[in-house]
Design a protein around this ligand. Structure first.
Ligand code: GLU
Length: 260
């Protein structure tokens, strides 16, 4: 199975911006094991800005664009160094792929991207994707990695996109404020009612929230790709998710493709 897995900033860094070594190591171990089992894995990893903040010793995430871009440039390097080092321990090779919105909107550039991805996967490489934050100003940026991950999943014809976050999935209400909030296990269609369940924002150093995840779910449904939102705190959940067991919220996409 070809699976795109998106990690949020909060899955791999502490609020300080420094690497959460324990999390990162267990994620890399599970992903390596899934690759050994025969799955093709593509990682969309956030965390460049946060890790740049940590590495540069900044007190907080910069508010201005050049500040964010500089932090991302430093952090991306640290991020890839860490992935390369950890995946190498399990004999897996990573590749860095940086994209902007305009790269995937342009038909020729999108084709080049898909060709490169296809070759990387054929070579058994694990591509690690992020937005090219150095040049991704508002006009050309995808803007958030939930959407970027959905674009990637649809472009490579993935079977499944998994968005790992710091929440368990989509709830009937915001579980941080409403004790009666219930986890929705399965969504057959992203309707306006479902979209209305999205709260406003993500946490701390993160960019996306539920709104960007539901936008990603809609895109996946349109392209016949299954999508799961799950908590990244326990990477072992990925085994159950890939086995189709009920974990987090699953948005059905594959059935739709077969109906057409
Ligand atoms: N590209 C940003 C980073 O790596 C993250 C964007 C996102 O989390 O949606 O820091």
């Amino acid at each position: 199975m070809t699976v795109v897995i998106k990690l949020g900033t909060s899955n791999i860094t502490y609020p300080t911006g420094h690497l959460n070594i324990r999390h990162m190591e267990s994620l890399v171990k599970v992903l390596s094991d899934l690759k050994n089992a025969g799955h093709q894995i593509v990682l969309v990893s956030s965390g460049a800005i946060a890790m740049g903040v940590g590495k540069l010793g900044l007190a907080e995430r910069p508010a201005d664009m050049p500040g964010k871009q500089a932090a991302a440039a430093v952090g991306q390097c640290e991020l890839m160094y860490t992935y390369d080092k950890l995946f190498s321990e399990y004999n897996h090779t990573v590749a860095q792929v940086l994209l902007t919105g305009s790269d995937v909107e342009d038909a020729a550039r999108r084709a080049h991207f898909v060709n490169t991805m296809t070759r990387l996967l054929k070579m058994g490489v694990l591509p690690v994707i992020n937005e090219n934050d150095t040049v991704a100003t508002e006009e050309i940026a995808v803007g958030d990695n939930d959407t970027l991950a959905a674009i990637v999943g649809c472009a490579v014809g993935a079977d499944l996109l998994v968005l790992l976050s710091d929440i368990d999935g989509l709830y009937t209400a915001d579980p941080r404020v409403d004790l009666a909030a219930r986890l929705i296990e399965q969504v057959a269609e992203v309707t306006p009612q479902i979209e209305a369940l999205a709260g406003e924002r993500g946490s701390g150093l993160s960019v996306g929230g539920m709104a960007t995840k539901l936008k990603a779910a809609r895109m996946c449904q349109d392209h016949g790709v299954d999508m799961v939102i799950a908590n990244g705190a326990d990477p072992n959940l990925l085994y159950d998710i890939l086995a189709g067991l009920p974990v987090g919220t699953r948005f059905l996409g594959r059935g739709k493709k077969e109906e057409q």
